[in-house]
Write a protein that binds this ligand. Structure first.
Ligand SMILES: Cc1ncc(COP(=O)(O)O)c(C=O)c1O
Length: 484
């Protein structure tokens, strides 16, 4: 089978003049280089059409399906975001009832809003020793489905942003006992199932719809992703309709060529590439086990994904943001994100030896400096933030699809308790909502938000002005709604 990158280069060198879009006409312009625009085309002869694939793109999608053990796969050029919007829209009717994990990506909430869905939440347990959200348990799904038998689809994230893996095989059984579909946002697990040392992917485990962001954990360009569908619980005509709606009508051939390239690389090299990745990653973790203060979450094939290096600072005298800043400023290492009590650094199959070595040296160095600080007593207070217990579970008073369309006003944080949220409020990254529009704001939530802001964490939905914090609340008769 031909490869898209080769076809694009052949087209560039063919002598054919482009009387078609894009407007750069395959010629350099300002800082837009000819290397890039030379292979940037639209749907011209021989290149098929993503919205009605019959040639090369159909073949490539079938190849991707084969690699992941899916019945059918779709190329996504608008990221997993488009896949989640399409999957949720196709799996439930307008106004339907979805059970979804609270740590779903914002696109899941957007789908619920657009499709007027009633939302029930599954709250992931907290892995307290690291302060991260753990995988969803099959028991939780069973209980939720027993409690609300009109639920029409279940949506989970696995692996999570931090790499926690849920027992999808067991969960799929529970969900299918009800005859309803399971959607797995496996955006962070595009590598799963590709080699023996990796956990199976959710297509193999029985999920009906699975989304993979290739750009997150495989060598592929930003925005590239896949949506897979299995079984007969999903109307595939409807799924295609929503993909047409949510994906651009001008899909980038450079992005599609990147998907092809990643799939081809995986097909040819996956076993050796992931064995080398597993070895390098394990060796780094072994060296880091010498740390006396920083703690590293171990890689466990079944529970914790490879490559998501979680470095806990609890009890070190540092906050997650401190460690992040030291890594970036002193060592010139850019982590993926800082949370209150940990830093997340990502490794993939395409890291260099230098990448492992520099992170190992940096963390060992920071750990021994923490040693000295702890001895002279400078470590108190930080990295040991007050125990906040479970992830907050605010009460929904008005459904998202209604609340997000209502009038809002900016309200001083201290005046928020008792009011209803008018906007999403979340820590970013990873963007798990602390408040969804229509949910009641408590005093505890306000203190939590103030605490996050004072630690320098990015809290989306909280506006800072003149040293005061505001959030948007609904302008309805709040007290009536609350029944107080
Ligand atoms: C769990 C999860 N799902 C979906 C997405 C969306 O993926 P994309 O950026 O490919 O649209 C993200 C992005 O960060 C994510 O973390």
């Amino acid at each position: 089978m031909k490869h898209l990158f080769d076809m694009l280069s052949e087209n560039r060198d063919s002598g054919i003049y482009p009387y078609h879009m894009p407007g750069h006409k395959r010629r350099a312009c300002g800082k837009l280089e000819s290397g890039l625009c030379g292979i940037d085309i639209t749907e011209i002869d021989g290149f098929d059409n993503l919205h009605q694939p019959e040639g090369i793109l159909l073949d490539l999608q079938r190849k991707a399906a084969g690699l992941y053990g899916a019945e059918e796969s779709f190329y996504l050029v608008n990221g997993s975001t488009a896949g989640i919007l399409s999957a949720v829209s196709a799996a439930l009717p307008q106004g339907g009832h979805i059970l979804m994990a609270r740590n779903c990506h914002r696109s899941a909430y957007h789908a619920a809003y657009l499709r007027n869905l009633r939302v029930s939440y599954l709250y992931p347990p907290v892995l307290a020793s690291y302060d991260i959200l753990d995988g969803i348990q099959p028991r939780q799904v069973r209980e939720a489905l027993n409690a609300e038998p009109d639920i029409q689809a279940v949506l989970l994230v696995s692996p999570t942003y931090e790499g926690r893996i849920s027992e999808i095989r067991a969960i799929a059984e529970v969900v299918h006992e009800r005859g309803i579909p399971l959607i797995v946002d496996e955006a962070h697990g595009a590598h799963l199932g590709l080699a023996h040392n990796l956990h199976e992917n959710s297509c193999m485990a029985g999920a009906d719809l699975v989304v993979h962001s290739l750009h997150k954990t495989l060598p592929s360009l930003t925005q590239t992703a896949l949506l897979h569908v299995n079984g007969d619980l999903i109307d595939r005509g409807l799924l295609r309709r929503y993909l047409h709606i949510y994906q651009t009508s001008s899909p980038s051939y450079i992005l599609m060529a990147s998907i092809d390239n990643a799939m081809d690389f995986m097909e040819r090299k996956r076993q050796e590439a992931f064995e080398a990745f597993g070895k390098n990653y394990s060796e780094m973790l072994a060296e880091l086990s010498a740390c006396r203060h920083l703690r590293i979450l171990p890689w466990e094939r079944e529970r914790q994904d490879i490559g998501k290096l979680i470095v806990s600072v609890k009890g070190t005298g540092l906050s997650g943001k401190d460690l992040y800043d030291i890594l970036l400023q002193k060592y010139k290492l850019q982590p993926e994100m800082a949370a209150e009590n940990y830093v997340l650094a990502m490794f993939t199959v395409n890291d260099s030896a230098e990448g492992y070595e520099r992170m190992t040296r940096a963390l060992l160095g920071i750990d021994s400096a923490a040693d000295a600080e702890m001895q002279n007593g400078a470590a108190r207070g930080k990295g040991e933030t007050a125990e906040k217990g479970m992830f907050p579970q605010p009460v929904c008073k008005i459904p998202l699809s209604e609340a997000w369309d209502m009038k809002t006003a900016e309200t001083l944080l201290q005046e928020c308790p008792g009011r209803l949220a008018g906007e999403f409020v979340n820590l970013y990254p990873p963007g798990v909502p602390l408040l969804v529009p229509g949910e009641e704001i408590t005093q505890e939530m306000c203190s939590r938000l103030a605490d996050y802001v004072s630690q320098g964490l990015t809290v989306q939905g909280v506006c800072l002005r003149d040293d005061k914090m505001y959030i948007r609340t609904l302008m309805t008769c709040q007290r009536d709604m609350l029944g107080t």
